[in-house]
Design a binder for this molecule. Structure first.
Ligand code: RIB
Ligand code: CA
Length: 330
């Protein structure tokens, strides 16, 4: 088996974050060093507790969960729209399992400590606003060249936003943090709406979990059914899937910038690809734009509950073959 990816998963659960956590826990290719949480889909008090609830759902209270930043870098966090994740962030469902307790250490200090302890070996999988990551880089700039890579769900390079006409949610919540990361010179892989909106949960996938008979899989099915009725796109699991099956993704090198101003463009992604648009700048990010969606869903369901692959034959459709550019090897 290929070398295991040593990952810190930074998130704001959120149902799609929850699926990403469960997928990371189910994959032998991933050595999950810890889960760090941030305000995003919900305030930190909810997102951190939800991470504990998700670990308890699959009896993985051994995984350490760290609370991070309670607000974006530059200003109060104001949610202007109802959340597709329900009131508590996990669609207000009762979940089995007894949650553990948060680690004492702050998420930012955990990230710094882990990177310094294993220079060049730790990858950050970031699936919420980038506040924790940016603060770690600002507090300990010496870690930037020591981070193996950052694979993140965020942004919208060549498509409209989902939280404003121009901005994707994670970038909109904390654009200043996202720009600190974009300009960090750390190897970056961006899974923005360009690709995540192509990875959609469908009835056969939900049925597969609901009919599995295991308590955790049925809870996952219930979460997916509630979440999917508002947003069927599995945004965050794409970032974890990239570590497991990069060959199912494709994209291109680009110079990515995140705007904070003017207000109507706050959180928008500016992706330069052509020589003219680059204007002498070097690319700073591999931007994923396409994927083989049905194959990815097969990997996801297989990994999370192996014996249900047959259900996908019912719902599978022709795959959308990647159009250009081989994925950057992690
Ligand atoms: O735009 C999608 C992103 O915003 C996902 O990470 C989802 O969890 C929300 O945080
Ligand atoms: Ca998220």
């Amino acid at each position: 088996m290929q070398a295991r990816h040593r990952i810190i998963l930074d998130c704001d659960p959120g149902v799609d974050d929850a699926i990403a956590i469960l997928l990371a826990l189910a994959c032998p290719e991933i050595d999950l060093l810890g889960i760090t949480c941030v305000t995003g889909n919900k305030d930190l008090s909810f997102t951190a507790n939800n991470a504990l609830r998700i670990c308890a759902l699959v009896a993985r209270q051994d995984v350490s969960v760290y609370a991070g930043c309670a607000r974006p870098l530059m200003g109060p966090y104001v949610r202007k729209w109802p959340s597709v994740h329900g009131t508590d962030g996990l669609c207000d469902l009762e979940l089995p399992g007894t949650p553990g307790h948060l680690a004492e250490e702050h998420a930012v200090d955990f990230i710094i400590r882990q990177v310094l302890a294993a220079p060049g070996q730790v990858s950050l999988c970031v699936i919420g606003p980038m506040t924790n990551i940016a603060l770690a880089i600002v507090k300990a700039p010496q870690i930037a060249p020591l981070i193996h890579s950052i694979v993140f769900m965020g942004g919208a390079a060549f498509c409209p936003g989902n939280s404003s006409p121009l901005a994707e949610f994670n970038f909109l919540v904390d654009p200043e943090a996202a720009e600190i990361v974009m300009s960090s010179c750390i190897p970056l892989v961006m899974l923005g709406l360009d690709v995540t909106q192509k990875v959609r949960i469908r009835e056969p996938h939900i049925n597969a979990f609901e009919q599995s008979g295991t308590v955790s899989a049925m809870a996952i099915g219930a979460m997916l059914r509630a979440y999917g009725s508002n947003d069927p796109c599995l945004h965050d699991p794409c970032a974890v899937l990239y570590y497991i099956a990069p060959e199912l993704f494709s994209g291109m090198e680009a110079h990515v910038q995140v705007l904070s101003n003017p207000p109507e463009a706050r959180g928008s992604t500016v992706a330069a690809v052509s020589e003219r648009h680059l204007g002498g700048r070097s690319p700073n990010c591999f931007v994923v734009t396409d994927c083989e969606a049905d194959d990815l869903m097969r990997v996801l369901v297989d990994r999370m509950s192996g014996e249900m692959n047959h259900a996908l034959e019912v719902g599978g459709r022709g795959t959308s073959k990647p159009k250009s550019g081989s994925p950057q090897r992690m």
